[in-house]
Design a protein. Structure first.
Length: 118
């Protein structure tokens, strides 16, 4: 088992930036992907960004390319989501997730709230 703990959420004005962090409890736990998802009020959870652990390659939701960046710090066993030029449509609970196999994300954090005000 591995626990994922997100942090860095909060209230920000439109046009501002936030960096979310996701710390994994077990450095040695095998992972295929690390990803970020979000869920806005009354909406389905949606994919935001993904990082392939072995290669470091990244993949983004098309609509977020250029504003969001996923990255990692191996020494800190942490994955980040840098979010720039935020809009009210980015308001959501953001979840970190880990895929121990290629097929699906099977470990999830508790989520961190991001609220963008106009």
């Amino acid at each position: 088992q591995v626990q994922l703990v997100e942090s860095g959420g909060g209230l920000v004005q439109a046009g501002g930036s936030l960096r979310l962090s996701c710390a994994a409890s077990d450095r040695t736990f095998g992972r295929y992907f690390m990803g970020w998802f979000r869920q806005a009020p009354g909406k389905e959870r949606e994919f935001v960004a993904q990082l392939t652990w072995s290669t470091g390659s990244t993949y983004y939701r098309d609509s977020l390319k250029g504003r969001f960046t996923i990255s990692r710090d191996n020494a800190k066993n942490t994955v980040y989501l840098q979010m720039n030029n935020l809009t009210r449509e980015d308001t959501a609970v953001y979840f970190c997730a880990l895929a121990s196999r290629a097929a699906k994300y099977d470990y999830w954090g508790q989520g961190t709230q991001v609220t963008v005000s106009s």
